[in-house]
Design a protein around this ligand. Structure first.
Ligand SMILES: Nc1ncnc2c1ncn2[C@@H]1O[C@H](COP(=O)(O)OP(=O)(O)OP(=O)(O)O)[C@@H](O)[C@H]1O
Ligand SMILES: [Mg+2]
Length: 287
Protein backbone atom coordinates (compact mmCIF):
# COMPACT_ATOMS: atom_id res chain seq x y z
CA UNK A 1 0.00 0.00 0.00
CA UNK A 2 1.33 3.43 -0.83
CA UNK A 3 2.20 5.54 2.17
CA UNK A 4 0.97 8.96 1.26
CA UNK A 5 1.41 11.85 3.62
CA UNK A 6 -0.98 14.69 2.94
CA UNK A 7 1.70 17.24 3.71
CA UNK A 8 4.20 15.92 1.21
CA UNK A 9 2.87 17.74 -1.83
CA UNK A 10 4.79 20.76 -2.97
CA UNK A 11 3.39 24.25 -2.99
CA UNK A 12 2.95 24.27 -6.76
CA UNK A 13 -0.75 24.06 -7.35
CA UNK A 14 -2.41 22.49 -10.33
CA UNK A 15 -4.54 25.56 -10.24
CA UNK A 16 -7.47 23.73 -11.79
CA UNK A 17 -6.60 25.20 -15.13
CA UNK A 18 -6.78 28.74 -13.80
CA UNK A 19 -9.26 28.63 -10.96
CA UNK A 20 -9.43 32.40 -10.76
CA UNK A 21 -10.89 32.58 -14.28
CA UNK A 22 -13.37 29.84 -13.45
CA UNK A 23 -15.36 30.70 -10.37
CA UNK A 24 -17.15 27.36 -10.56
CA UNK A 25 -14.23 25.76 -8.78
CA UNK A 26 -14.01 28.28 -5.99
CA UNK A 27 -15.57 27.79 -2.59
CA UNK A 28 -18.92 29.32 -3.54
CA UNK A 29 -19.40 27.13 -6.60
CA UNK A 30 -20.27 23.66 -7.55
CA UNK A 31 -21.83 21.73 -4.76
CA UNK A 32 -22.95 18.37 -6.08
CA UNK A 33 -26.13 16.94 -4.67
CA UNK A 34 -27.26 13.36 -5.15
CA UNK A 35 -30.85 12.83 -4.02
CA UNK A 36 -32.57 9.44 -3.66
CA UNK A 37 -30.59 8.02 -6.56
CA UNK A 38 -31.79 4.64 -7.82
CA UNK A 39 -29.89 2.75 -10.51
CA UNK A 40 -30.98 -0.63 -11.82
CA UNK A 41 -29.40 -2.27 -14.84
CA UNK A 42 -31.69 -3.79 -17.47
CA UNK A 43 -32.54 -7.40 -16.65
CA UNK A 44 -31.15 -7.08 -13.11
CA UNK A 45 -33.46 -8.29 -10.37
CA UNK A 46 -32.54 -5.52 -7.90
CA UNK A 47 -31.11 -2.01 -8.04
CA UNK A 48 -27.33 -1.61 -7.81
CA UNK A 49 -27.85 1.72 -6.08
CA UNK A 50 -30.91 2.11 -3.94
CA UNK A 51 -31.93 5.50 -2.55
CA UNK A 52 -28.45 7.02 -2.36
CA UNK A 53 -28.28 10.61 -1.10
CA UNK A 54 -25.32 12.84 -0.26
CA UNK A 55 -24.11 16.39 -0.77
CA UNK A 56 -20.60 17.34 -1.77
CA UNK A 57 -19.77 20.90 -0.71
CA UNK A 58 -17.63 22.85 -3.17
CA UNK A 59 -13.94 22.25 -2.71
CA UNK A 60 -14.40 19.03 -0.80
CA UNK A 61 -12.91 15.63 -1.53
CA UNK A 62 -15.27 12.68 -1.11
CA UNK A 63 -13.75 9.23 -1.09
CA UNK A 64 -16.11 6.41 -2.03
CA UNK A 65 -15.16 3.02 -0.62
CA UNK A 66 -16.84 -0.34 -0.85
CA UNK A 67 -16.38 -3.96 -1.74
CA UNK A 68 -16.17 -5.09 -5.34
CA UNK A 69 -19.58 -4.92 -6.97
CA UNK A 70 -21.00 -2.46 -4.46
CA UNK A 71 -21.73 0.08 -7.18
CA UNK A 72 -18.88 2.58 -6.83
CA UNK A 73 -18.17 2.79 -10.56
CA UNK A 74 -21.86 2.83 -11.32
CA UNK A 75 -22.32 5.78 -8.98
CA UNK A 76 -19.59 7.78 -10.71
CA UNK A 77 -20.91 6.81 -14.13
CA UNK A 78 -24.41 8.04 -13.28
CA UNK A 79 -23.00 11.36 -12.08
CA UNK A 80 -20.97 11.61 -15.30
CA UNK A 81 -24.13 11.00 -17.33
CA UNK A 82 -22.84 7.72 -18.76
CA UNK A 83 -25.70 5.70 -17.29
CA UNK A 84 -29.43 6.52 -17.05
CA UNK A 85 -30.96 6.50 -13.59
CA UNK A 86 -34.30 5.08 -12.57
CA UNK A 87 -35.00 7.24 -9.56
CA UNK A 88 -33.94 10.43 -7.86
CA UNK A 89 -31.92 13.30 -9.24
CA UNK A 90 -28.47 14.83 -9.34
CA UNK A 91 -28.00 18.58 -9.14
CA UNK A 92 -24.94 20.74 -9.39
CA UNK A 93 -24.81 24.23 -7.95
CA UNK A 94 -28.59 23.97 -7.58
CA UNK A 95 -29.10 23.18 -11.27
CA UNK A 96 -30.60 19.89 -12.34
CA UNK A 97 -27.94 17.73 -13.99
CA UNK A 98 -29.56 14.28 -14.21
CA UNK A 99 -32.95 12.88 -13.36
CA UNK A 100 -34.84 9.66 -13.76
CA UNK A 101 -36.62 9.20 -17.07
CA UNK A 102 -39.64 6.99 -17.31
CA UNK A 103 -38.32 5.51 -20.54
CA UNK A 104 -34.98 4.84 -18.88
CA UNK A 105 -33.27 7.24 -21.27
CA UNK A 106 -30.66 9.80 -20.35
CA UNK A 107 -32.02 13.30 -19.99
CA UNK A 108 -30.82 15.10 -23.08
CA UNK A 109 -27.67 16.88 -22.07
CA UNK A 110 -27.34 20.57 -22.64
CA UNK A 111 -24.12 21.81 -24.20
CA UNK A 112 -22.78 22.93 -20.85
CA UNK A 113 -23.53 19.61 -19.14
CA UNK A 114 -20.62 17.78 -20.63
CA UNK A 115 -18.09 20.08 -19.05
CA UNK A 116 -19.53 20.14 -15.56
CA UNK A 117 -18.10 16.76 -14.71
CA UNK A 118 -14.69 15.39 -15.62
CA UNK A 119 -13.89 11.72 -15.19
CA UNK A 120 -10.72 9.66 -15.25
CA UNK A 121 -11.01 5.87 -15.41
CA UNK A 122 -8.81 2.96 -14.48
CA UNK A 123 -8.01 2.23 -18.11
CA UNK A 124 -5.82 4.72 -19.90
CA UNK A 125 -8.31 5.81 -22.47
CA UNK A 126 -6.17 8.22 -24.48
CA UNK A 127 -6.73 8.42 -28.22
CA UNK A 128 -3.90 6.32 -29.66
CA UNK A 129 -3.69 8.33 -32.86
CA UNK A 130 -3.18 11.69 -31.12
CA UNK A 131 -0.09 12.99 -29.39
CA UNK A 132 -0.18 13.99 -25.72
CA UNK A 133 -0.92 17.58 -26.68
CA UNK A 134 -3.45 16.45 -29.28
CA UNK A 135 -5.30 14.40 -26.70
CA UNK A 136 -5.52 17.30 -24.27
CA UNK A 137 -6.51 19.88 -26.87
CA UNK A 138 -9.15 17.87 -28.73
CA UNK A 139 -12.27 18.55 -26.66
CA UNK A 140 -11.66 22.19 -25.78
CA UNK A 141 -10.98 23.07 -29.42
CA UNK A 142 -13.56 20.86 -31.16
CA UNK A 143 -16.37 20.71 -28.59
CA UNK A 144 -15.93 23.82 -26.50
CA UNK A 145 -14.79 25.80 -29.58
CA UNK A 146 -12.14 27.60 -27.62
CA UNK A 147 -9.27 29.51 -29.13
CA UNK A 148 -6.57 27.08 -30.20
CA UNK A 149 -3.59 29.16 -29.12
CA UNK A 150 -4.90 29.75 -25.61
CA UNK A 151 -5.92 26.08 -25.28
CA UNK A 152 -2.41 25.07 -26.27
CA UNK A 153 -0.89 27.44 -23.75
CA UNK A 154 -3.13 26.04 -21.04
CA UNK A 155 -2.37 22.45 -22.06
CA UNK A 156 1.35 23.16 -21.76
CA UNK A 157 0.84 24.71 -18.31
CA UNK A 158 -1.07 21.63 -17.17
CA UNK A 159 1.58 19.29 -18.54
CA UNK A 160 4.23 21.31 -16.74
CA UNK A 161 2.32 20.92 -13.50
CA UNK A 162 2.02 17.17 -13.77
CA UNK A 163 5.70 16.91 -14.72
CA UNK A 164 5.20 15.97 -18.36
CA UNK A 165 6.05 19.12 -20.31
CA UNK A 166 8.86 17.28 -22.10
CA UNK A 167 6.46 14.59 -23.35
CA UNK A 168 4.01 16.90 -25.11
CA UNK A 169 4.74 15.43 -28.54
CA UNK A 170 4.87 11.80 -27.42
CA UNK A 171 2.31 9.22 -28.57
CA UNK A 172 0.30 7.40 -25.91
CA UNK A 173 2.05 4.08 -26.62
CA UNK A 174 5.38 5.75 -25.79
CA UNK A 175 4.24 6.60 -22.24
CA UNK A 176 4.18 4.61 -19.02
CA UNK A 177 0.85 3.87 -17.38
CA UNK A 178 1.43 6.55 -14.76
CA UNK A 179 2.29 9.10 -17.43
CA UNK A 180 -0.83 8.21 -19.40
CA UNK A 181 -2.98 8.69 -16.34
CA UNK A 182 -1.42 12.10 -15.71
CA UNK A 183 -2.20 13.07 -19.31
CA UNK A 184 -5.77 11.79 -18.82
CA UNK A 185 -6.06 14.04 -15.76
CA UNK A 186 -4.84 17.04 -17.80
CA UNK A 187 -7.32 16.16 -20.53
CA UNK A 188 -10.18 16.26 -18.04
CA UNK A 189 -8.96 19.40 -16.26
CA UNK A 190 -8.61 21.52 -19.38
CA UNK A 191 -12.39 21.43 -19.74
CA UNK A 192 -12.66 23.15 -16.34
CA UNK A 193 -15.04 20.63 -14.76
CA UNK A 194 -16.83 21.71 -11.63
CA UNK A 195 -16.43 18.23 -10.23
CA UNK A 196 -13.74 15.65 -11.00
CA UNK A 197 -14.45 11.94 -10.68
CA UNK A 198 -11.62 9.41 -10.32
CA UNK A 199 -12.43 5.72 -10.60
CA UNK A 200 -9.55 3.58 -9.37
CA UNK A 201 -7.15 5.49 -11.55
CA UNK A 202 -4.12 3.75 -10.06
CA UNK A 203 -5.47 0.20 -9.98
CA UNK A 204 -3.44 -0.95 -12.97
CA UNK A 205 -0.18 0.77 -12.02
CA UNK A 206 3.10 -0.27 -10.45
CA UNK A 207 3.68 1.21 -6.96
CA UNK A 208 5.99 4.03 -8.03
CA UNK A 209 3.58 5.08 -10.73
CA UNK A 210 0.75 4.94 -8.20
CA UNK A 211 2.62 7.48 -6.15
CA UNK A 212 3.20 9.91 -9.02
CA UNK A 213 -0.47 9.88 -9.99
CA UNK A 214 -1.76 10.17 -6.41
CA UNK A 215 0.57 13.09 -5.77
CA UNK A 216 -1.05 14.89 -8.70
CA UNK A 217 -4.52 14.20 -7.25
CA UNK A 218 -3.41 15.43 -3.83
CA UNK A 219 -2.18 18.67 -5.35
CA UNK A 220 -5.48 19.03 -7.10
CA UNK A 221 -7.29 18.53 -3.79
CA UNK A 222 -5.12 21.22 -2.22
CA UNK A 223 -6.03 23.61 -5.03
CA UNK A 224 -9.71 23.40 -4.10
CA UNK A 225 -11.04 21.11 -6.82
CA UNK A 226 -14.24 19.33 -5.83
CA UNK A 227 -13.67 15.61 -6.30
CA UNK A 228 -15.16 12.17 -5.84
CA UNK A 229 -12.52 9.50 -5.65
CA UNK A 230 -13.02 5.75 -5.76
CA UNK A 231 -9.86 4.04 -4.57
CA UNK A 232 -8.58 0.93 -2.87
CA UNK A 233 -5.48 2.82 -1.71
CA UNK A 234 -6.46 3.20 1.93
CA UNK A 235 -3.42 5.25 2.99
CA UNK A 236 -4.18 7.67 0.18
CA UNK A 237 -7.89 7.75 1.04
CA UNK A 238 -7.01 8.64 4.61
CA UNK A 239 -4.67 11.42 3.46
CA UNK A 240 -6.90 13.04 0.87
CA UNK A 241 -10.50 12.65 2.10
CA UNK A 242 -12.63 15.34 3.66
CA UNK A 243 -15.48 12.87 3.78
CA UNK A 244 -15.67 9.11 3.41
CA UNK A 245 -18.65 7.15 2.09
CA UNK A 246 -18.82 3.37 2.39
CA UNK A 247 -21.15 1.66 -0.09
CA UNK A 248 -22.37 -1.90 0.33
CA UNK A 249 -25.38 -3.74 -1.03
CA UNK A 250 -26.65 -0.70 -2.88
CA UNK A 251 -26.71 1.60 0.14
CA UNK A 252 -24.47 3.91 2.11
CA UNK A 253 -23.69 1.85 5.19
CA UNK A 254 -21.46 4.39 6.91
CA UNK A 255 -20.13 7.86 6.15
CA UNK A 256 -18.01 10.29 8.04
CA UNK A 257 -16.71 13.85 7.99
CA UNK A 258 -13.83 12.62 10.14
CA UNK A 259 -11.84 10.23 7.95
CA UNK A 260 -9.19 9.50 10.58
CA UNK A 261 -11.89 8.40 13.00
CA UNK A 262 -13.62 6.38 10.30
CA UNK A 263 -10.43 4.48 9.50
CA UNK A 264 -9.38 3.99 13.13
CA UNK A 265 -12.77 3.39 14.73
CA UNK A 266 -15.47 2.55 12.19
CA UNK A 267 -18.88 2.40 13.85
CA UNK A 268 -20.70 -0.25 11.86
CA UNK A 269 -19.82 -3.90 11.70
CA UNK A 270 -19.87 -3.70 7.89
CA UNK A 271 -17.25 -0.95 7.90
CA UNK A 272 -15.10 -2.83 10.40
CA UNK A 273 -15.32 -5.90 8.22
CA UNK A 274 -14.48 -3.95 5.07
CA UNK A 275 -11.47 -2.18 6.58
CA UNK A 276 -10.21 -5.43 8.08
CA UNK A 277 -9.74 -6.78 4.55
CA UNK A 278 -6.86 -4.31 4.11
CA UNK A 279 -4.81 -5.51 7.08
CA UNK A 280 -2.86 -8.67 7.61
CA UNK A 281 -2.18 -10.19 10.98
CA UNK A 282 1.14 -11.96 11.48
CA UNK A 283 -0.72 -14.27 13.84
CA UNK A 284 -2.44 -15.78 10.80
CA UNK A 285 0.90 -17.18 9.58
CA UNK A 286 1.44 -20.73 10.75
CA UNK A 287 4.94 -21.35 11.94
N1 LIG B 1 -23.30 -2.51 -17.68
C1 LIG B 1 -23.75 -3.32 -16.73
N2 LIG B 1 -24.82 -4.12 -16.93
C2 LIG B 1 -25.30 -4.92 -15.97
N3 LIG B 1 -24.80 -5.00 -14.72
C3 LIG B 1 -23.74 -4.21 -14.45
C4 LIG B 1 -23.16 -3.35 -15.42
N4 LIG B 1 -22.11 -2.70 -14.87
C5 LIG B 1 -22.03 -3.16 -13.60
N5 LIG B 1 -23.00 -4.06 -13.34
C6 LIG B 1 -23.23 -4.74 -12.06
O1 LIG B 1 -23.51 -3.75 -11.09
C7 LIG B 1 -22.88 -4.07 -9.86
C8 LIG B 1 -21.98 -2.92 -9.44
O2 LIG B 1 -20.93 -2.81 -10.35
P1 LIG B 1 -19.83 -1.68 -10.24
O3 LIG B 1 -18.91 -1.86 -11.38
O4 LIG B 1 -20.49 -0.36 -10.08
O5 LIG B 1 -19.12 -2.09 -8.85
P2 LIG B 1 -17.81 -1.51 -8.18
O6 LIG B 1 -18.16 -1.17 -6.77
O7 LIG B 1 -17.24 -0.43 -9.02
O8 LIG B 1 -16.85 -2.79 -8.16
P3 LIG B 1 -15.24 -2.89 -8.31
O9 LIG B 1 -14.66 -2.51 -6.97
O10 LIG B 1 -15.00 -4.34 -8.61
O11 LIG B 1 -14.82 -1.99 -9.41
C9 LIG B 1 -22.16 -5.38 -10.08
O12 LIG B 1 -22.98 -6.43 -9.60
C10 LIG B 1 -22.00 -5.46 -11.57
O13 LIG B 1 -21.97 -6.78 -12.00
MG1 LIG C 1 -15.47 -0.23 -10.08
Amino acid sequence: MTDINATTTGSASLGVAGAAEHPAVTAQGAALSVRHLVKQYDNASAPVLNDISFDVPAGQVFVILGPSGSGKSTLLRTIAGLEPIQGGEITMGGELLRQAQSAGKLRSASASDSTKVGMVFQSYDLFPNKTVLGNIMLAPVLVQKRDKASVQAEALRLLERVGLADRKDAWPHELSGGQRQRVAICRALIEHPQVMLFDEVTAALDPEMVREVLDVILELANSGQTMLIVTHEMAFARAVADHVVLLANGSIVEESDHPQEFFDHPHTERAQQFLATFTYDRGQRQS
